[in-house]
Design a protein around this ligand. Sequence first.
Ligand code: G3H
Ligand code: 13P
Ligand code: ZN
Length: 305
Amino acid sequence: MITNPLTLLRHAQKHGYAVPAFNVNHLETILAVMDAAVEMQSPVILETSEGGVQYAGMSMLIAMVKAASERPVPVVLHLDHGKDLPLIKQAIETGYTSVMIDASEYPFEENVRRTRQVVAWARAKGVMVEAELGRIGGTEDLVHTSKKEAFFTDPDEAKTFVRESECDTLAIAIGTHHGAMKFSGNTHLDIERLKKIRALVDVPLVLHGASGVREDIVALVKRFGGELAEARGVLDEDIALAVQNGITKINIDTDLRLGFSAGLREAVAEHPNWFDPRKLFEPGRTLMKEIAKQKMELMGSKGKA
Ligand code: G3H
Ligand code: 13P
Ligand code: ZN
């Protein structure tokens, strides 16, 4: 069932777990995530990037998520990394229950101004607004930030930003990066910074770029011909610490992409006689489901539906 996102995230905040937010662009990912959510009895956020909207069309994505929400677990439809104000307005007006305004590349005052504009549109429709302060590194389709440019969220600025922008939730930068090549070596998140932000800011906090880039999945991709130089993600222990210290929404895209491509590569390599897309996509769908279930366990959302 479609659920109120802010009520869901406040429940997570109060009870010390995080809700997984998976990027979905196509049917197989939606099916895999929903199967995982129903099996784990977990609430789930299905989010689409602006790239996803370009790929599948907003009305198609809304219709697919509406159909998915007939399953018996709480579902949120969220626009991820909204940068284009007219597109965000369209999402608010056509059925998204939650939107992100990502104006983090702008100076503080402009970030506040853009966020306030989106908040004004969203309030009229009862839609939740996620904003971002600080920069999350990495590159995926339309989301680019060089590692040099990326900078962490300042706790005092976060307090002022939430007060002035009136955003409902805040994405913060504490050392994560988008994509599969996040770090060289094992790098830990800045949990002390998170604690300071949590102490000063009362809205639910969001962690982007949180994929774990599982070694076994990377190995599978490589075994069947994929090339992934130095792929490395956030350690599970750091995700657990982030949840313990107040993160309540966690964005995952790369891990599902890797799972899907591992399964697809294996299907193509091992079954040269398959040509039905349902068969070719089945191993990838199964891996995505297994990965989604593991995230629900890790974030503590299992059993919270
Ligand atoms: O944060 C970025 C998301 O993973 C979206 O990526 O723009 O390639 O769909 P995308
Ligand atoms: P990953 O690239 O780590 O999966 O992050 C996804 C994300 O933050 C989507 O907004
Ligand atoms: Zn992100």
